[in-house]
Design a protein around this ligand. Structure first.
Ligand code: PAF
Length: 271
């Protein structure tokens, strides 16, 4: 990987980088298509990063579909599938982690609910950036807080990499594509689009109602489905990720919820 990156630099070729944890689906393919449009060469990494899982069973249950990922990447025409081992990414082991100051961007949402998660994400993404040396890196907006943190940390740590956010790809019923969706039962799969519908309803509601009223209605709608266990529903400023107020000009609605023991997240610009 290092030699490939060095050679690309020598001939002035730009590298578009799509970091993934595998179990590739149409959402990843849309990131790859964006990378192909905007770069000379495309590198896709497949690495299930242990340091970003605060829950050992979530790490164990994370789908690993190496063979189908490989054939999908072969068909999609990427130049490199980079699949390092844990030892290659973390030569000193995974226990003694480098600590990053995330400047409050992890105060809400995933931060308190998944302690250490974003530290692990920044740790692996910076390590991958150092190995791949991309010109541009592509991330899905489904992981809205992750994208905001990577944009902030990449510029704060001095990486000269263009961080490109790409639209969330959805199933026809609105469910955001995710590697976790395959773990839903068929009744869970039927109920899961309710998360997206709630965000759409909230966007309409906020045209005429206050944040407090909108949030109360949206939470009541989710509670009406006993299969959905809401972890959080937050309305935040899209850049600072601080809680929005009725005066906020832009507001991002972000949800995490459990269905069938599967943790799903989604978000939408609601104002
Ligand atoms: O979004 C993901 O799949 C992961 O968090 C990432 C960015 C590949 C880091 O492991």
């Amino acid at each position: 990987m290092i030699r490939f990156a060095e050679n690309a630099k020598l001939v002035n070729s730009s590298i578009g980088f799509v970091p993934t944890m595998g179990a590739l689906h149409a959402g990843h393919l849309s990131l790859i298509e964006a990378a192909k449009r905007e770069s000379d060469l495309v590198v896709v990494s497949v690495f299930v990063n242990p340091t970003q899982f605060n829950n050992a069973s979530d790490l164990d249950k994370y789908p690993r579909t190496f063979d189908s990922d490989r054939s999908l990447l072969e068909d999609s025409g990427v130049d490199v599938m980079f699949f390092p081992s844990v030892e290659e990414i973390y030569p000193a082991g995974t226990e003694d982690q480098r600590k990053f100051e995330l400047d409050g961007l992890d105060e809400l949402m995933e931060g308190p609910n998944r302690p250490g998660h974003f530290n692990g994400v920044v740790q692996v993404v910076t390590r991958l950036f150092d190995l791949v040396e991309p010109t541009k890196a592509f991330f899905g907006e489904k992981d809205f807080q992750q994208l905001a943190i990577i944009k902030h940390m990449s510029s704060k740590l001095g990486y000269r990499i263009d961080i490109v956010g790409c639209d969330t790809v959805r199933e026809s019923d609105g469910l955001a594509m995710s590697s976790r969706n395959v773990r839903l039962t068929s009744s869970g799969r039927t109920i899961a689009p309710e998360i997206h519908r709630t965000l759409e309803a909230l966007r309409n509601e906020l045209r005429t109602s206050s944040i407090e009223e909108g949030l109360a209605r949206a939470k009541a709608a989710l509670l009406a489905s006993p299969e959905i266990e809401l972890e959080y529903l937050e309305l935040v400023d899209p850049i600072t990720l601080k809680r929005a107020t009725d005066d906020s000009i832009s507001i991002q609605g972000c949800i995490a919820a459990w269905i069938d023991d599967v943790r799903l997240i989604d978000n939408m610009r609601v104002k």
